[in-house]
Structure formats: C-alpha cells, structure tokens
Design a protein around this ligand. Structure first.
Ligand SMILES: C[S@@+](CC[C@H](N)C(=O)[O-])C[C@H]1O[C@@H](n2cnc3c(N)ncnc32)[C@H](O)[C@@H]1O
Length: 506
C-alpha cells in the first residue's frame, strides 16, 4: 500500500491546481493509515511532493493529532515558503490552543515576512491574547506583518461567536449565481416555486424579493449561491465598496464588529490582487469590521453586471441546503447542475408523483442525491462500472435509505428489466477530463440502445454531453429523437450540452 500511496502522491503533485486539490482530498481519506509513507515524502527533493503531503497532513490533522505533530517537526527544516505557510495555517485551523507555544517560538525564529504573517494569523485564529510586547508594538506597521497583527489582535478581543452571528436576510434584489448556460435549468426551479427572475449576465439571475420570496431562496438547489444586491455602481473602487458596506451596516441596524471576506468575481485577476487588500483595509478602517478570509460572517462580492458593477453580500448564517459535502469521483457534475438536470427531467410533472429514476453511470451519486432531494417520492437506481464509485455513491445516498439502490454494472448491458424506469439522467463519460480509453461510439451506441430498452414508453431521458455529434449518431440510431439541446453549460471552459428526449410509444 505504501508505495502505491507514494506513487499517487507524486502523480497528484504534478496535476494542475483544481485537480490537485481534489486528489489531495482523496489521498487524505487514506492518509491516517499512511503516516509512515508520508513521513518519508516530507523530505522529498521535489517541492511539489512536499507541498502535497503537507496539504494531506493538514486535512488528516482534523482528526489525527499525530499528523499535526509531524507538521510541527517538519516546520524548522522546510525550506519552501509556501509549505511553511501552509503548516502555520494547519495549526491555526486545528482550534487547539496548545499549539500557541510552538507557533510563538517559530515566529521568533522566522525571518520571512510572509511566513511570519501566516504564523501570526494562526495565533490569531487560536485567539492568543498574551502577545509579546515586541510583536504588539509592530501592529502599526504597513505590510503583511502589520496587517496580520492587526487582525490577530482584533480576533483576540472579538467576542467568541461560536459559529456565526445570525444576520437577517433583507428584502430587495438578489443575484442568483449558476453555471453560465445553465440559466434555463434554474428558471425551471424558480417557476416551480412561483418565483420570477431575469437573466442579467451569463451565470447570473436577478430576483426581486419583497417578503414571501425570501424563504425559498435558501432552498433553491439549481443555483450555486445567492447574494443580496446592495448597490450598483459604475466603478469598483474603495468609495463604492465602503459605501456598500455602510448600507449593509444600516440594513442590519449597525451590526458592529463583523468578520468579513471581500471577493471581486467581476474583476480581472491581476487588478483584483492589487485592489483587494486596499479595499479591505478601507472597510476595516471605516466600519471597524475585521477582514477574516477563512472564518467570516459576511461575504461581500463585486460582480460585473454588464457595463456596471453590482456590490452584493451573503451572510454565512443564512440557511443553506446547497452543496452538501459529498465524496466525489473525477469529472463529477456540480450539484447545482445535477439539480437542474433533475428539474428538466421532471418538467411538467407534479413534484410529488411517484417514479423511478436511473443514473446508468452514477459516479458518486450526485445526480441521484439531487433528484431525491427535489422529488421525495422518487425511487433511485444508480449503476457504475467502477467499484470505488459504487462505494462512494452508496455512502452519499445512505441517508436516503431504501429508496436508493446502487449496483456495480455496465451501462452497455444494464442489469434492469425492459421498461422498468420512468426517467434516466446521464452525465455520460466524455473521455476528455478522465481520458478514459473506453469512451467510443460503440459505448454510446450500446448505452443508447439499453436506455431505449429500460425506459418505459412515455418516459424521459436527460443527457449531459460534450461530444454532440457522437451522441446524436448513437442515440438516433437507437430510436431516440434528440432535438435541439435545452442549453449548453460552460463547465469550467468545457461546453456541455443538455439534451432531453422522450421515449416514444411502440
Ligand atoms: C463523467 S462521470 C459521471 C459521474 C456522475 N454521474 C456525475 O455526474 O457526477 C462518468 C462515470 O461513468 C462511469 N462509467 C464509465 N464507463 C461506464 C460503463 N460502461 N458503465 C457504467 N459506468 C461507466 C465511470 O466509472 C464514472 O463514474
């Protein structure tokens, strides 16, 4: 196992950021049993490997104190600044004030100012109040050390919130964020709930909430986040951001010392990097709020709305049903898009009508989990060829009890009777992200034929598909009539078509 694990770490370390993060989470699941292998990798010559195992230990450290001890032991000998900063954050996130002595000692010895800042922030997260005078005196300095000290000292004084202060949702305009191209799917959910929203820009809908609309907002599953739009402006500078914060403060009746995070989704990356610290400082200065990027009560975002900017916010305490933590396989669909596919599959049908839904390549079961949450009378069947996917789907769907059944099987020969399901929803393997050798016209042809066999006459199939031509050839030959796609979702740069088909009667 050890050498397999080491190989998996080396492979993960070479992947691009998003994929690496996903693989690190997967490695962390086995991490507690692999601490000896990890100890060897912590001294690897390749800095990417060391960064990866530090991240794995950080994740493992949430339940395994030995993992954090290993990080402490590594800190002084680790030459890489990023890895040292990550070790400091891991100790800060542990919530264990017992690490303060180690962090203070490391701070005294540390000469790199960004690592010093990370150590200070970690001490701030652990709410150290007993700061040495020499560090207290530097809180007035400009630069990363002074910034971090101001936050850490404020943290120590802020009352323990034990979670979040409950901030009310105001009435007014809300921005609902979905994947660009997936707006028609979210519109279906809004219509089902009697809500009316307009598309403002790709991936963004706007809803006027005067009262009754506020409660269902937290229940919408086909959107990623919702934000209260507090102001619109022609620019996105310090005046506009501070002005928006003053309005939020007034709406909340003077909320006092709030922990906030500022994001600028609508601003190009380089500009954003330059602007963010300046704007956050201005908000701290003017409103007395605390810039706390990892544990905040209020998330402020600057969005682009056509030629203008929208200043919008979201409270961490607003109830949230979306994006529950789930185990995921590679190339998993986002839960908001999965919910959209489920809504499309049941368009025009009463929400409480009993039916059977199949995902013939269910991966970790995201589509079925969303379908079951939206339609409580649905019986769900998941099939996947990979045993680890089947195990994940079973774990993810377990809370739904007997109405979900997941089996290992091949969609080319579905282990199901003819006309035994009412709906099938399939995010068919694209063979692009997973680079699966198995994705071929023959696979699609067999899947199309099998779906035609198991879906009952009058039933519905919804597919999420990147290669439209290969898909059309296969499905038309099997007797389906794939009309025009309902929409095309921009899934992180890859265009994926959503196609709904009806099974005809013989
Ligand atoms: C793109 S993922 C989709 C996973 C999931 N439906 C989702 O949307 O998150 C494709 C899944 O298809 C599975 N798969 C590939 N070939 C298959 C086959 N012949 N039969 C059943 N499942 C297959 C893979 O194991 C993988 O879990």
């Amino acid at each position: 196992m050890g050498s397999n694990f080491a190989q998996a770490v080396r492979a993960a370390a070479r992947r691009p950021f998003e994929e690496r993060r996903q693989r690190e989470r997967e490695l962390a699941r086995a991490g507690a049993a692999e601490l000896d292998t990890i100890a060897g990798l912590l001294t690897d010559d390749d800095v990417r490997v060391r960064r990866t195992v530090v991240e794995v230990l950080r994740l493992v450290g949430r339940d395994t104190p030995r993992a954090l001890e290993m990080l402490c032991e590594r800190f002084a000998r680790e030459p890489d600044v990023k890895a040292r900063r990550r070790i400091a954050s891991a100790l800060g996130e542990s919530g264990d004030a017992g690490h303060c002595a180690f962090l203070l000692d490391a701070l005294e010895r540390e000469s790199h100012r960004f690592v010093q800042a990370s150590l200070i922030l970690a001490l701030g997260s652990l709410r150290l109040s007993d700061w040495p005078d020499s560090w207290r005196a530097r809180a007035g300095e400009a630069g990363p050390v002074g910034d971090a000290l101001r936050k850490a000292l404020a943290n120590a004084q802020a009352p323990e919130t034990n979670g979040q202060q409950a901030l009310p949702r105001p009435t007014g305009s809300y921005l609902l964020r979905c994947y660009p191209g997936a707006e028609p799917l979210s519109q279906l959910e809004l219509e089902r709930r009697g809500l009316e929203a307009t598309v403002t820009t790709p991936g963004m809908l706007r809803l006027e909430a005067t009262g009754a609309e506020l409660e269902p907002l937290s229940q919408l599953r086909s959107i990623r986040d919702d934000y209260h739009l507090v102001a619109e402006a022609d620019a996105h500078g310090a005046d506009e951001v501070a002005g928006a914060c003053r309005r939020i403060d007034a709406l909340l009746g003077g909320a006092g010392e709030l922990r906030f995070r500022l994001g600028m989704a609508g601003v190009p990356r380089l500009q954003r990097r330059k602007l963010l610290p300046k704007l956050a400082r201005r908000v701290e200065h003017e409103l007395g709020w605390i810039n706390a990027t990892s544990s905040y009560e209020l998330n402020l975002e600057v969005f682009r709305l056509g030629a203008r900017f929208g200043l919008a916010w979201h409270a961490a305490s607003w109830p949230q049903v979306r994006r529950p933590e789930r185990e995921t396989v590679a190339a998993s669909i986002h839960p908001s898009v999965a919910a959209g596919l489920a809504l499309l599959a049941r368009e025009g049908k009463p929400a409480d009508a009993a039916h059977t839904v199949l995902d013939p390549c269910c991966g970790s079961g995201t589509i079925l989990a969303e379908h079951a949450a939206l339609f409580p009378s649905a019986r769900c069947i998941g099939i996947d060829i990979a045993s680890d996917a089947v195990a994940m789907a079973r774990a993810n769907l377990e809370p739904l009890g007997k109405r979900c059944r997941v089996t290992r099987g091949n969609m080319r020969r579905l282990p199901l009777d003819d006309a035994s399901v009412d709906v099938a929803i399939a995010n068919l393997p694209f063979g692009i992200r997973t680079r699966s050798e198995a994705v071929s016209p023959a696979l699609y042809a067999d899947a199309a034929r099998e779906l035609h066999r198991v879906v009952s006459p009058g039933g519905t199939v919804v597919t999420y598909i990147a290669n439209l031509r290969m898909f059309r050839n296969a499905f038309e030959r099997a007797g389906w009539k794939p009309g025009t796609p309902t929409c095309a979702v921009d899934a992180g740069g890859l265009t994926v078509h959503v196609v709904r088909m009806q099974r005809g009667y013989p």
